[in-house]
Design a protein around this ligand. Structure first.
Ligand code: COA
Ligand code: HC5
Length: 634
């Protein structure tokens, strides 16, 4: 893991208004009309004032480093921001970059957070989404649901194509919609040192008209549009899927897709070798170009109802290992819908092109669509057999597959996951106490961590920067001095409840204030990253503040968290970003909250189930504290 942890990963140029050099190789056209007008009206991401970031950085360190380290860092920061010093010079460089680009951060972010990040995308980068359990448990149910789902995605796609997607808002401000144009017909491509992303949707002349379907590790091209440009109907899709299913009954095929789960450098090398063969190259290209991928998964081992969500979460994140469904994927594909024969359904997506919210908006639409759409059998013209993608497996490719299988199985064993429904309350309770639900949950996480480890840790929460053109995310640092004061007081028998409540309120307010600052482009993390990258471009040596232990501690996120709200009652999940950390994703509904907590089994100090329990207890105890303290005192 790099010093920056997740932060060192990136995002970049997904520019669709002005297409990026990273988004290759098709001829990109400007999207005319509404979309462009909307995009042009968005403000540019600001570069925060240098002194503000320096002050806020020191404040953010207070709860997570000791006083000696803090004192040392204060001195370094003073030198860094001194008049005529290196900070000022870098700041000017950043301001210049901001003037001449649409977004000073987005290319850097894509590159650093994603394309240069070399750990496997599986667990370390790609998030999963588990849909509410479906009622089917056989092949027919699986195919029927897959047909409806595909039709639902195509329905959503028509809104993207026609530019009729409703513009989204956050805090009363319009959001950048660019990410919606990046998720279909796109794919990550491995490289030896760095990856890239291709997007075929931007080719308006001949956009792709097929999806890929994978069953028993065998990939198929399924054309989803009729020759007149209308999408296939649910019953047409059903018939086509049935043909695919019936011609991929053998279960002894090489799981070629598992190559995509490997370390990026290894996969980059294997990829170069794989596509030397013309047939392989064409097959890979067909997957990369496809609008999205549908994985028809084999049933997984049955588990108790209590364990179901956890098992489904890992099926989405990694597929269960080489014996199960891990080979039934192309992990570089931006969007993969997983439909298990046993009714377990969900999504895994490759994170480079987009954040969770656009993916979840698409999922919400598809889930509603599948509820409405009925299969009506109508006579129709026969459709051609979907084309099976061929791969020539040389001994070298076979070796790469075996290596990828082994590594995947190690990762599968190492992932410790616990998905829970927090049943006691949802957004309703914090709201009734006039508190931000998200801030309440984050303070609960701080309490859970403090109770477990008797210390506060660097904590990351994703904040959307989509108020700005091509905006992605910044960091809400949830460990604040105010949250530290509260978590230390909460279990202190000397403290009165009224004092604890006052500290809780203060911590929640501080978190909400940090959130407001972050979504307005005034948080510290992307600014510090920008200054650091500017230094790499301009200077021969990194300024001392970036070589400092405090900076390493600040970027070692033992808690990496994200709220992804959805209308659908689904669970979202991702892996930790440091070896001794937790990944916590939550979807707060009105009266309950879906959480997924991940950790690594190889770390003796972490335990996902224990943290999930600590979180449940913390939130319940916070509510009890509020309930027990007379209103007059609040
Ligand atoms: N009293 C009563 N109600 C309150 C309140 C208060 N003091 N503060 C907030 N609320 C209400 C809000 O009005 C809102 O109401 P709604 O449920 O009717 O919409 C609700 O509580 C939720 O607000 P809050 O919990 O404060 O969070 P938020 O919705 O503003 O979200 C973030 C906060 C950080 C998650 C959001 O700003 C963000 O950035 N989201 C994107 C994150 C992201 O991109 N994640 C994925 C990364 S891949
Ligand atoms: C479907 C849920 C996706 C959530 C993914 C997410 O939150 O990704 C974060 C992106 C960012 O830039 O903050 C990264 N994180 C998983 C490490 C929190």
């Amino acid at each position: 893991m790099t010093v920056l942890g997740f932060l060192a990963r990136t995002m970049g140029k997904t520019g669709m208004v002005k297409p990026s050099s990273l988004v290759k190789p098709v001829a990109l056209t400007r999207i005319p009309g509404r979309y462009l007008a909307h995009q042009e009206s968005l403000p540019k991401l600001p570069v925060p004032p240098l002194k503000q970031t320096c002050d806020r950085y020191l404040a953010a360190l207070e709860p997570i480093v000791d006083s000696e380290m803090l004192k040392h860092t204060q001195e370094l920061v003073m030198v860094f921001q001194a008049q005529g010093g290196v900070g000022e010079r870098l700041q000017k460089g950043l301001e210049h970059r901001a003037r001449k680009t649409e977004n000073w951060l987005s290319d850097w972010w894509l590159q650093t957070a994603y394309l240069d990040y070399r750990l496997p995308v599986v667990i370390h980068s790609s998030p999963g989404v588990v849909l509410p359990r479906l009622e089917f448990s056989d092949r027919q149910g699986q195919i029927r649901y897959a047909a409806k789902l595909i039709a639902g995605v195509l329905d959503f796609k028509s809104m993207i194509d026609n530019e009729t997607l409703p513009v989204e808002y956050l805090g009363g401000k319009m959001l950048c919609m660019n990410q919606y144009y990046q998720v279909l017909s796109s794919c990550r491509i491995p490289g030896i040192k760095s990856d890239s992303v291709v997007n075929y949707a931007l080719n308006k002349k001949r956009p792709p008209s097929h999806i890929t379907v994978v069953h028993n590790y065998q990939f198929f091209v399924l054309d989803v549009y009729n020759s007149d440009g209308t999408p296939l109907t649910v019953d047409q899709l059903y018939i086509q899927l049935e043909k695919i299913w019936n011609s991929s009954l053998q279960t002894n095929k090489e799981p070629i897709g598992i190559l995509t789960s490997n370390h990026r450098n290894s996969w980059g090398k294997a990829y170069a070798n794989l596509i030397k063969d013309k047939t392989n190259k064409e097959s890979v290209r067909a997957i990369q170009k496809s609008i999205f991928t549908v994985c028809l998964d084999a049933p997984m081992p049955r588990v108790s109802d209590e364990m179901y969500r956890t098992r489904a979460a890992v099926q989405m994140l990694h597929g269960g290992g080489s014996r199960w469904n891990s080979g039934n994927r192309w992990f570089d594909k931006t969007l993969q819908f997983i439909i298990g024969e046993d009714g377990t359904c969900g999504v895994i997506y490759e994170h480079a092109p987009a954040e969770g919210p656009p993916i979840v908006a698409l999922i919400d639409h598809v889930v509603e669509y599948t509820k409405k759409s009925e299969m009506v059998r109508t006579p129709m013209v026969p459709l051609p057999m979907p084309q099976k993608l061929r791969f020539n497996i040389t001994p070298e490719i076979k070796r790469d597959i075996e290596e990828a299988k082994q590594n995947m199985n190690i990762m599968v064993h190492d992932l410790d996951m616990k998905a829970i429904v927090f049943p006691h309350f949802g957004k309703n309770v914090p709201k009734s106490y006039k508190m931000s639900p998200d801030a309440f949950i984050q303070v609960g996480l701080q309490l859970a961590y403090y109770r477990t480890y008797k210390r506060c840790c660097a904590t990351y929460e994703s904040a959307s920067l989509r108020m700005f053109k091509l905006g992605r995310t910044d960091t809400i640092r949830s460990a604040t001095s105010d949250s530290a004061n509260f978590v230390k007081a909460m279990d202190d028998p000397i403290k009165q409840n009224s004092e604890k409540v006052a500290l809780l309120e203060k911590a929640v307010k501080a978190h909400r204030a940090y959130t407001d600052m972050a979504i307005r482009g005034q948080a510290i993390d992307r600014h510090l990253l920008g200054l650091k990258l500017q230094a790499i471009e301009d200077l021969s040596a990194l300024p001392d503040i970036f070589m400092d232990t405090s900076y390493a501690v600040a970027n070692h996120y033992n808690l990496s968290t994200s709220q992804v709200p959805a209308k659908t009652d689904c669970v979202m999940c991702f892996g930790p970003v440091v070896p001794d950390g937790y990944g916590v994703c939550y979807n707060p509904m009105e009266e309950h909250i879906n959480f997924a907590v991940s950790a690594f089994n190889s770390c003796a100090d972490t335990n996902a189930a224990r943290m999930a329990q600590a979180l449940e207890d913390a939130l319940v105890d916070m509510k009890t504290l509020l309930d027990q303290t007379p209103k007059a005192k609040l």
